[in-house]
Ligand binder design. Structure first.
Ligand code: NAP
Length: 264
């Protein structure tokens, strides 16, 4: 009798918030884990809790995903571990405030973690996933992906990237069994608001989702076959109409001539 093949989920940003909560789901189903973040103490504590609770193997990787070296360190992992069949691209940062008030270095970090790391890690995982024709990438976006917030212009732009990049990958991979899901939460009670111009206690509590509720909904969306999961949105027809409108706008742009209103 052959042993059940190992299955491992690699979760970035697992030291707090959504990533720490998300890591418990695959662990509860018996999957091993690779947890990535900068704060070693937080990762070690979570790893030991998950090992005790579920008997799974948990490896921690301390890496700064705003740096080329940190991204390369994590991107190397899927090449040498073919048990990885899930990548949760969750690590992210936000910068709230007027764009001109944000330090250039903070903008660079935002772009590096939210866009570059997510892209490079998904490419790194896809090699093995496609070769084995199985695997799932979960990209954590955010609702400013479709409605830029003036207090978070750069952050909104990074999350629009996550959504469009994910949509592109889904189209590329439509003939394979590899899944890519975009999860677009609205407000979730995590440390991401700490020290910002919008601390959690200034947001109406009814607009903020509990982190465990969010992380219950996100895999449920995947199980339902959703490509884009909007955990706090009840009327999914809104998404369908938005998606259809984008398709129609794109189709309408394929004319090769300036529109009559320009008088050209
Ligand atoms: N909370 C919300 O309202 C909300 C809403 C929509 C989407 N999201 C998205 O959800 C994701 C998780 O955020 P969260 O709300 O859970 O916030 P969080 O509690 O602050 O968690 C962010 C995670 O990302 C990691 N991280 C940040 N910078 C990193 C870096 N340079 N290198 C490696 N890891 C880094 C952090 O770990 P270390 O600091 O230990 O490195 C931490 O584990 C983000 O992509 C965020 O944009 C959040």
């Amino acid at each position: 009798m052959s042993a059940t093949p190992r299955s491992t989920a690699l979760v970035t940003g697992a030291s707090s918030g959504i990533g720490a909560s998300y890591a418990k789901r695959p662990a509860a189903r018996g999957h091993d884990l690779i947890l990535v973040a900068r704060r070693a103490d937080r990762l070690e504590k979570l790893a030991s809790e998950l090992t005790s609770a579920f008997g799974v193997t948990v490896r921690t990787v301390i890496a700064d995903l705003s740096s080329d070296a940190g991204v390369a360190q994590v991107a190397d992992i899927p090449a040498s571990d073919n048990s990885i069949d899930m990548l949760v691209n969750n690590a992210g940062v936000s910068c709230l405030g007027a764009t001109m008030d944000i330090a250039p270095e903070a903008i660079d970090t935002l772009l590096a973690v939210n866009i570059i790391a997510l892209t490079r890690l998904s490419c790194a995982a896809l090699g093995g996933f496609l070769a084995r024709n199985r695997g799932t990438i979960v990209n954590i976006g955010s609702v400013p992906a479709f409605k830029a917030l003036p207090s978070a212009s750069v952050y909104s732009g990074t999350k629009a990237y996550v959504l469009l990049y994910t949509r592109g990958l889904q189209a590329e991979l439509k003939d394979s069994a590899v899944r890519v899901q975009a999860v677009l939460p609205a407000g979730v009670a995590t440390e991401i608001y700490d020290g910002t111009i919008l601390p959690l206690d200034q947001i109406p509590a009814e607009l903020v989702m509990d982190v465990d509720a969010l992380v219950d909904a996100a895999p449920a969306g995947l199980d339902r076959g959703e490509d884009v999961t909007l955990p706090s949105v009840s009327d999914l027809d809104l998404w369908t109409r938005f998606d259809d409108a984008q398709e129609a706008l794109f189709a309408a742009s394929q004319t090769g001539t300036p529109a009559p209103r320009y008088g050209v």
